[in-house]
Design a protein around this ligand. Sequence first.
Ligand SMILES: [Zn+2]
Length: 149
Amino acid sequence: MKLQAKCQVCGAKNNWVPSQANIKGKLLWSAGYACDSCGNQMEIDDIGFMPIELRKMIFDRDGKFSIKAAERIDDISSVKIKQILRREFSLDLIKTKSICVNNHSGFLSGTYTEMSWLRSILDSLHLSLAIERTDDAGDEILDLISLVK
Ligand SMILES: [Zn+2]
């Protein structure tokens, strides 16, 4: 997907403005623009993860975030988190093992909305999970998108 869109009415170039939402445990995204020249409005949306280019725009605009255990986490809870992630993303064993859950650093990174969506998925475990801004340090934390096929 190109970051610029040609207006279907007047042909002027406009920048897509991406957004994401976590609604009732569903991750949604949309992108739209109001044409600078003629005011024509355009919007596209879908369920799931947004195209990579739009996701990069969100990182540039809002920063990168990660999710971590807010307090010391025992092995059983760590395993339960991985079980839910494994089910949600249909992960194989190797990928599941690559997720490192502890209370020192985040175990997955992404946009703020993705992290809050992830927290809502893990809600049933009643664990204290924190979302924190990571930015550059977030590059060392497994990107949520790497779990998605
Ligand atoms: Zn236009």
